[in-house]
Design a protein around this ligand. Structure first.
Ligand SMILES: *Cc1c(COP(=O)(O)O)cnc(C)c1O
Length: 366
């Protein structure tokens, strides 16, 4: 049987070991006589799963003690509303600063406009979404409620390789980062951020779980109409169990965290991710049959969009790839072309197989 490699942008590939373990534990979790799906979220069994998952995530990202790890629902797009609802209460007239680097931060800025005045710090629309606007061009507000960035633009394939520096001009406004598609793919200095959030379905686990890492002093700033189930303080005070959390998704995420620890943690994953991305970009740069348009130092390690020079070959490319077991390479509908998402669970062998296929396809269609 052909080895399958799944390049979906999300929901995305999970480590085979994790799926095998989940399969083995599906009907009877460790002698409890129950599937994890059937357990009360307040029972001792699930509480142990929850505690371990939160602690493992804290260990993996070296989350400082003055940050809460919250397990929520609502996805990345839900957070686009949940963030302003949680941060605007103390200063409802303050400006929300948003750095527009691609599709996802574009959605964030539109949603934020429902909750406050939005200042677009800079927009990559000016360069056709091929680069992060240069730092000198950013126009930050003096007294922003917070500054929103998307540190990996999943559709455009643009990634920050350093922490966005907003400290000088903003009087200490908290930096809020949507890390949905690269959380746990690289080391991050959590202390530079006020809030980090992400949906789990890109690089962590199944859809349904959203993670927010929130600095303690930012709790209790919610707008009066913020739903209680989305108020970070309420959620933190209740150990992410104010309402029923997405229990099975948390269980799978917990298995992924343990898998990451066995792989050597985030630093080791980052080295592998660098090697995987380099292999694909080096090949893309070596041929004019395919092209990636992103400026080199802004290229994402996780999501690599590319185009065939002759786009009339797109359908043939996708069906031939599928025959080789290389799945879900179609680009996002808004930008077309192809996209290879190579998250933590994608082994180097998968990228090697992709490059070999692309070479062969280019050879037979030139
Ligand atoms: C996928 C994605 C989202 C949207 O997530 P949903 O769970 O569908 O709401 C938001 N931001 C980024 C960066 C993403 O990659």
């Amino acid at each position: 049987m052909t080895t399958i490699y799944n390049f979906s942008a999300g929901p995305a590939v999970l480590p085979k070991e994790v799926l095998q373990q989940a399969a083995a534990e599906m009907l009877d979790w460790r002698g409890s006589g129950m599937s994890v799906m059937e357990m009360s979220h307040r029972g001792a069994e699930f509480m142990s799963i929850m505690d371990a998952a939160q602690q493992d995530l804290r260990d993996l990202l070296a989350v400082p003690a003055n940050y809460q790890i919250l397990f929520l629902q609502g996805g990345g797009l839900g957070e686009n509303a949940i963030v302003p609802m949680n941060l605007m209460g103390a200063s409802p007239d303050a400006t929300i600063d948003v750095l527009h680097t691609g599709s996802w931060s574009g959605k964030s800025l539109k949603e934020a406009q429902k909750y406050g005045k939005v200042n677009v710090v800079a927009s990559a629309a000016d360069n056709g979404f091929t680069a992060i606007p240069v730092r000198d061009s950013w126009r930050l507000s003096k007294d922003a409620a917070y500054v929103h960035v998307c540190t990996n633009e999943t559709i455009d394939g643009i990634e920050f390789h350093t922490t966005p520096d907003v400290s000088l001009e903003t009087n200490g406004a908290p930096l809020v980062a949507d890390m949905s598609s690269h959380i746990l793919s690289r080391e991050v200095d959590v202390s530079r951020y006020g809030v980090i959030f992400g949906g789990a379905q890109k690089n962590i686990g199944p859809a349904g779980l959203t993670i927010a890492i929130v600095r303690d002093d930012l709790l209790g700033r919610a707008l009066p109409y913020c739903p209680s189930a989305f108020d970070w303080k309420t959620i933190a005070d209740n150990g992410s169990m104010y309402n029923t959390p997405p229990t099975y998704a948390i269980y799978i995420a917990g298995l992924v965290f343990q898998w990451l620890k066995r792989q050597g943690g985030v630093a080791a994953m980052e080295q592998r991710n660098i090697a995987k991305a380099k292999l694909l970009y080096d090949y893309l740069d070596s041929t004019d049959f395919y092209a990636n348009r992103v400026v080199h130092d802004c290229r994402s390690r996780m999501n690599i969009p590319f185009y065939l020079r002759d786009e009339s070959l797109n359908a043939d490319f996708l069906s031939a790839a599928k025959e080789q077991g290389l799945l879900q390479l179609k680009g996002h509908k808004s930008v077309g072309g192809m996209r290879a998402s190579i998250y933590n669970a994608m082994p180097l062998e998968g990228v090697q197989a992709l490059v070999a296929f692309m070479q062969e396809f280019a050879h037979t269609h030139s």
